[in-house]
Design a protein around this ligand. Structure first.
Ligand code: PAF
Length: 285
């Protein structure tokens, strides 16, 4: 594995790979790698000849009150994980390398990025879109692997790719979970023992919601109420939102009556200082 810090070095190495006909797989990360990330890396390694991983903690996607200063860093461990998972190129740029002009102009985001997470975390998706656009400019033609745990992020990035015509293909990969259903996230390290015991309620409640739809429920309001009640009754979590959207357009769905339509139920909830998100895909029967 080669570790590079400069854009120029990365681009030179990528040109060599492309000249020998190698397809590039790219996994952008903020480090603190866990099995959610390694499943993306493993998929890229399986599907593409060359896999590039970037590790860059992007300050633009954290608000002033959020956890940038406490964001878990584990650079030596991350390097070891990447090497063990057969990453070819590890890109660990400095702030200056990514944002040479200091504070860059923020990328525009469409409506998709303004609801749910976008509403709870204003400017978050603009920060994500800005760094992702920059990384796409640097890496160029590639298949880029994202986790469906951050379903709205995948939608925002797909929209960005379409609007900016980046020569990349987004590959959305399934959420990796612990045995009790808790979705893997770098934020899980903030959970106390009691909160960790509470947190699987999110996936449990999402699954109960999916069952309700399978049993014929047509009202999103009833669905959201069932899920909220489960989270409130079975945990000390502080629920932020539960919502239902069309999986393709991300438009809110009120009536669950369109047979065959693919929808996503999304949830965000705080357990102490850890704000966790999760989602599940359902096809309306
Ligand atoms: O999902 C993440 O880890 C980040 O939002 C990303 C895509 C690496 C951009 O900083």
């Amino acid at each position: 594995m080669e570790i590079v810090a400069s854009v120029k070095d990365l681009q030179n190495l990528l040109s060599e790979k492309r000249n020998s006909g190698e397809e590039i797989g790219f996994v952008p990360t903020m480090g603190a790698l866990h099995e959610g990330h390694t499943s993306l890396i493993d998929t890229s390694v399986r599907e593409r000849k060359t896999t590039v991983v970037s590790i860059f903690v992007n300050p633009l996607q954290f608000s002033a009150e959020e956890d940038l200063d406490d964001y878990p860093l584990s650079s030596e461990k991350d390097k070891e994980i990447c090497a063990n998972h057969k990453v070819d190129l590890l890109f660990c740029p400095t702030q200056k390398e990514i944002y040479p002009e200091g504070s860059p102009e923020l990328e525009e985001i469409g409506e998709i990025g303004k609801i749910l997470e976008g509403k709870s975390r204003p400017s978050h998706f603009q920060g994500v879109a800005t760094v992702v656009a920059r990384l796409f400019e640097i890496v160029g033609d590639a298949h880029v692997y994202f986790g469906e745990k951050d379903f709205q992020q995948v939608m925002v990035v797909n929209d960005l790719v379409k609007r900016r015509r980046f020569p990349v293909e987004i590959v959305a990969c399934p959420t990796i979970r612990q045995i009790d259903g808790l979705a893997l996230s770098s934020r899980n390290v903030y959970l106390t023992e009691d909160q960790r015991a509470d947190a699987p309620v999110l996936y449990r409640a999402l699954n109960m919601g999916a069952e309700l739809i399978a049993d014929g429920e047509k009202s999103s309001e009833n669905l959201k109420k069932l899920i909220s009640d489960i989270v409130r009754n079975e945990s000390k979590g502080d629920l932020d939102y539960v919502d239902v959207v069309d999986s393709e357009t991300f438009a809110p769905v009120n009536l669950l009556s369109d047979s065959g339509k693919k929808i996503r139920i999304l949830i965000a909830c705080k357990f102490g200082s850890a704000r966790l998100i999760d989602n599940i895909g359902v096809v309306i029967p």
